[in-house]
Write a protein that binds this ligand. Structure first.
Ligand code: RIB
Ligand code: CA
Length: 308
């Protein structure tokens, strides 16, 4: 089993990713750390509890993290995810606990004491960047960081140049990209090809399970924004791409190249500048995933969700 920590800002797509991970026997979810992003920290933490209870996993250790970016004012995305962050389904309040330790301290202590941990950030990288800044020694302890974030050929989704997770906390993303840790990005270039469909949502409803109904309701809500914006039929399931890559690395393809983060320009703040064509001699610090097999992705995801 691959040991992972999911760092997340649920968010409907985060929620599907968490369910996917909890339904995958290849993965040991050592903990879930929450961060401010799609909605404020209080709600992302409540939503992580809702999702774990939906998966009948109240045993999962959830740690609340940073409530604002390292050096910027928090930008949230209720326009995409709704005011609860999990709009599309009415959820009862969760009862499972949140752990006392701060997410950053959990990350540091776990990485210092456990070998072979993969970090799976699905939101702004504030917790990860803060942990690396507070305890630089953990960088060599991290097996890999597989994150949803960025975009290059595809452009951005919160500005013309930047993807939301990187835009919200570009300084944290810069720390991650310069950390020397093995990094794999699931950017918009990939996730915009992993679009849901009416048929897939119907198949979720046909499961006749609480999980299937929730995934269908979330996706129906989440989809309206992308369909209106891109005219595409279906919503990109961004965050589940991270889990899918861990479960089956043959699903997606990309290239090891240099990726750097724009910090200084207001126009292009948070842009992930990917040297895909190798026109510089900058260090190749990340694998930038760009293509994938949509059919196999959704088949794997559906199969795993059906087990919950
Ligand atoms: O840009 C998409 C990303 O931003 C996803 O992780 C989504 O959940 C939001 O956090
Ligand atoms: Ca997210």
């Amino acid at each position: 089993m691959r040991k992972i920590i999911i760092d997340t800002d649920p968010g409907q797509d985060d929620a599907v990713a968490i369910l996917f991970a909890l339904a995958s026997p290849e993965l040991e979810v050592m903990g879930i750390t929450t961060v401010a992003g799609n909605v404020p920290l209080e709600l992302t933490t409540k939503n992580a509890r809702i999702v774990c209870e939906l998966a009948k996993r109240p045993d999962v250790q959830i740690y609340a993290g940073c409530d604002r970016p390292m050096g910027r004012t928090l930008v949230t995305a209720e326009h995409v995810h709704g005011e609860t962050g999990l709009n599309g389904v009415i959820h009862t309040d969760p009862t499972m606990p949140v752990q006392d330790a701060h997410a950053v301290d959990f990350l540091i202590e776990t990485l210092r004491s456990t070998d072979g941990v993969t970090l799976c950030p699905l939101g702004p990288l504030t917790n990860i960047g803060t942990a690396l800044q507070k305890a630089p020694d953990i960088a060599r302890r991290i097996d890999e960081i597989v994150l949803m974030g960025g975009g290059y050929f595809e452009g951005g989704n919160i500005t013309p140049a930047a993807e939301f997770n990187i835009y919200v906390d570009p300084e944290a993303a810069d720390i991650v990209m310069r950390s020397g840790v093995k990094v794999t990005l699931a950017p918009l270039d990939l996730t915009h090809k992993m679009l849901t469909s009416a048929e897939w949502i119907a198949a979720m409803r046909a499961l006749n399970t609480d999980v299937g109904d929730a995934v269908a309701g979330w996706t129906d809500f989440f989809e309206r924004f992308d369909v209106a914006k891109y005219g595409s039929a279906g919503a990109p399931l961004h965050d589940p791409c991270v889990i899918a890559h861990l479960v089956d690395p043959t699903l997606f393809s990309g290239r090891l190249c240099n990726v750097e983060i724009e910090l200084n320009s207001d126009l292009t703040r948070g842009m992930t500048v990917a040297d895909w064509w190798g026109v510089t001699d900058r260090p190749k610090n990340a694998t930038f995933l760009r293509d994938g097999d949509r059919t196999r992705f959704f088949t794997l995801l559906s199969t795993r969700l059906a087990t919950l």
